[in-house]
Design a protein around this ligand. Sequence first.
Ligand SMILES: NC(=O)c1ccc[n+]([C@@H]2O[C@H](COP(=O)([O-])OP(=O)(O)OC[C@H]3O[C@@H](n4cnc5c(N)ncnc54)[C@H](O)[C@@H]3O)[C@@H](O)[C@H]2O)c1
Length: 251
Amino acid sequence: MGVLDGKIAVVTGGAGSLGLASARRFVAEGARVLLVDRDEAGLRAAAAALGGRAETFAADVADATAARAYLDAAATRLGAIDVLFSNAGISGAIRPVTDYPEDVFDAVMAVNVRASFLACKYGLPRMRDGGSIVITSSVVGVTADPGIAAYATAKHAVIGLMRVVAKEAAPRRIRVNVIAPGPIDNGFQREVEKGLSGAIGRDATAFLDGIIPLGRHGRAEEIAETVLHLASDRSSFTTGSVIMADGGMHI
Ligand SMILES: NC(=O)c1ccc[n+]([C@@H]2O[C@H](COP(=O)([O-])OP(=O)(O)OC[C@H]3O[C@@H](n4cnc5c(N)ncnc54)[C@H](O)[C@@H]3O)[C@@H](O)[C@H]2O)c1
């Protein structure tokens, strides 16, 4: 008996590292899953990795029409949504604010913030009472570092969104929480660290390991376990919360 038996889950950024790892846990615990991503080849690979046990939908989650379309597809192809994991994200540039490109700022805000707003706006009417929304923020949703004006602003913003929606959705017993991962050993973070190494003039991976109390990067599977906890009734009295999964980096 799985903790998500019979549940319907939607995962955005489902072709990526944290989305796929979470979807893998959802499927293993009995959920039927719709993976949403703009990367069509990645979606095919992700569905294959799940042994064909997930549906896919290609969409730009920051576009309102596309957001309605993927949420409609979930509801019509699978049924009313129990779990909505708004997880797609991009990191943007590493530049001082005085030199930060405006188009990159807008793109980062669109994928990280506007897309989560759209997921909540169009997802809630398609959700079953008692469901769970999880939004991916970051350790820099509660802290900040030089050079990441767009990313840190976006990851802070989704915490505000989550708190509002948690209060609005509570009468329907729909819980809304944020997962805030620290640096993960995956391709997304490796790209970030390439840029960061240039900016700080030393190896960013070793630097980060040095400031994370647990002394290492996280694994996608560790984040997926925490997302599963928030998605399932195991966290039935948790809403409006920011759950840190960062090896203590925010302390
Ligand atoms: N990797 C880390 O260290 C880390 C740490 C903290 C937070 N995060 C956050 O975790 C989330 C998942 O990141 P990941 O590490 O799995 O990276 P990833 O790049 O592997 O996955 C992100 C996915 O989002 C998709 N995506 C991007 N823009 C999209 C759009 N407009 N529409 C649809 N899909 C889009 C990408 O195609 C990709 O598959 C992101 O929100 C990221 O900011 C990651």
